[in-house]
Design a protein around this ligand. Structure first.
Ligand SMILES: Cc1cc2nc3c(=O)[nH]c(=O)nc-3n(C[C@H](O)[C@H](O)[C@H](O)COP(=O)(O)OP(=O)(O)OC[C@H]3O[C@@H](n4cnc5c(N)ncnc54)[C@H](O)[C@@H]3O)c2cc1C
Length: 415
């Protein structure tokens, strides 16, 4: 009797909970082959549009992939680890293991959508289908009250209509049983690089633990935010690296908060997180709607420091935390050590780079790509573009005034 096998290609979806792609693959096959592909460029030092990660981000990702491996091992299976170009590796695996279909999650960034198209083209030659799933957002695009092309470009309008007219789906449970394709060697994980500082640990279980910790009323996050106004404080729940790698699904975070509230109104910290989840969706939908050229073309004429030598030195000072501005330098040094920086810290250092030093915002995008544990193309490009737009959109100007930001954070005395 024929055995139907499905290859499940994991990327930024490193979890068993709320994973429609995995649930469907198990339901539609006799056996699955879960695969993670390391891009040989991912640990490269060259900064470009590619997926380049510094040691902290590499470490967090490797721990998250390893955790997924161990989850599958508890089901008497494993995660196949491969290194190479997806369009080469996947068709080879399809032929080697006689795979009937390949499942993966749809992405929005240039690199990842190009990878998907290329894999799809190569599979087409083998007459094998690449099935796309949506699993990165709180709202699936078909649940929104507008088609992608009509999504408002203003977050406030998107939020108002979406919260009024769309529903967040329930989370899917962790599968109870998984049957795996027989594999002789499941492959070796790349070595985990040294990090200058102890960073938070990656993985689904670590993410769920962080979420549960954050929801406890005595958590330090609550104490910090409740002393000041929501969204205006330098606080962090540290959920974003787990959301960026897919160790946590946004719906899991949403429903955990809603269940904790039991119908009561959200506290400032919880409504700030719910708003963050919606912003995250918004930037993904904006990238899908416009592509990255939308931002780069609109903002390419920003005033920039004209002396190339000065430009390079100013940029280097910013990256290494040696600008002489105590607060900016503190945030940048911490980012370099730990891969983490609060939202308020990001706005501050980005404002300083773009509006004070007059350096191209793209330099900031690329540097954050290397350093951030939670790097995610849509959120990174979207937030940087917003800050850069302060120079061209008068309404945004106030928001990106450095002195006002320091005042809001009660940090002006330290400068
Ligand atoms: C210049 C700049 C670059 C940024 N780059 C990234 C990035 O690469 N990846 C990333 O995940 N976030 C990015 N952000 C958004 C935001 O700073 C982080 O998501 C936030 O600091 C994460 O902290 P948290 O987990 O405590 O957030 P919480 O307050 O707990 O919010 C819950 C979740 O909502 C999402 N979220 C919150 N605020 C935003 C926002 N402004 N935009 C998008 N999503 C948001 C995050 O996934 C976050 O984990 C950037 C912001 C700026 C100003």
């Amino acid at each position: 009797m024929d055995t139907r096998k499905i290859l499940v290609w994991f990327r930024n979806d490193l979890r068993l909970h709320d994973n429609e792609m995995l649930v469907e693959a198990i339901a539609k096959s006799d056996r699955i082959l879960p695969v993670y592909i390391f891009d040989p460029d991912f640990s490269g030092t060259e900064v470009s549009d590619g997926n380049h990660a510094g040691p902290c981000r590499q470490r967090f990702l490797l721990e998250s992939v390893q955790a997924l491996r161990e989850s599958f091992q508890r089901f008497q299976g494993d995660l196949l680890i491969v290194s190479g170009q997806p369009e080469i590796c996947i068709p080879e695996l399809v032929e080697q293991y006689d795979i009937a279909e390949v499942y993966h999650h749809r992405e929005v960034s240039n690199k990842e959508t190009a990878d998907s198209s290329s894999v799809e083209d190569h599979l087409w030659k083998l007459k094998v289908n690449l099935r796309h799933f949506i699993g990165h957002t709180l709202y699936n695009k078909e649940d929104l009250p507008f088609p992608i092309k009509d999504i408002p470009d203003v977050f406030g309008q998107f939020k108002k209509k979406t919260e009024r007219d769309a529903m967040v789906k329930e989370c899917l449970a962790v599968p109870e049983k998984i049957s795996f394709v027989e594999v002789e060697s499941w492959g070796e994980m790349p070595a985990i690089p040294e990090c200058p500082e102890e960073i938070i640990h990656g993985g689904e279980a670590a993410g769920i633990m962080k979420l549960e910790e954050m929801l406890r009323a005595d958590s330090p996050v609550h104490a910090k935010i409740n002393r000041s106004q929501a969204g205006k404080s330098d606080f962090s729940t540290h959920l974003s690296p787990y959301l960026a790698t897919g160790c946590l699904s946004p719906r899991k975070v949403y429903w955990a908060i809603k269940n904790t509230l039991e119908g009561k109104a959200a506290t400032p910290v919880l409504s700030a997180i719910l708003q963050g989840l919606l912003l995250r969706d918004f930037f993904r939908f904006m990238l899908k709607k416009h592509g990255v050229n939308f931002y780069t073309e609109k903002l390419e004429h920003l005033q920039a420091e004209s002396d190339p030598q000065v430009y390079v030195q100013l940029l280097e000072n910013w990256k290494t935390g040696k600008t002489g501005h105590v607060i900016v330098d503190g945030f940048m040094r911490n980012l370099n050590k730990s891969g983490q920086i609060s939202n308020a810290g990001r706005i501050l250092v980005a404002t300083y780079l773009v509006h004070v030093l007059k350096i191209s915002w793209i330099e900031g995008v690329l540097y954050f790509e290397q350093k951030l544990l939670d790097y995610s193309p849509a959120s990174n490009w979207g937030n940087w573009a917003n800050i850069a737009s302060g120079a061209v959109e008068p309404k945004a100007k106030n928001l990106y005034d450095l002195d006002k930001q320091l005042k809001m954070l009660n940090l002006e005395a330290q400068v």
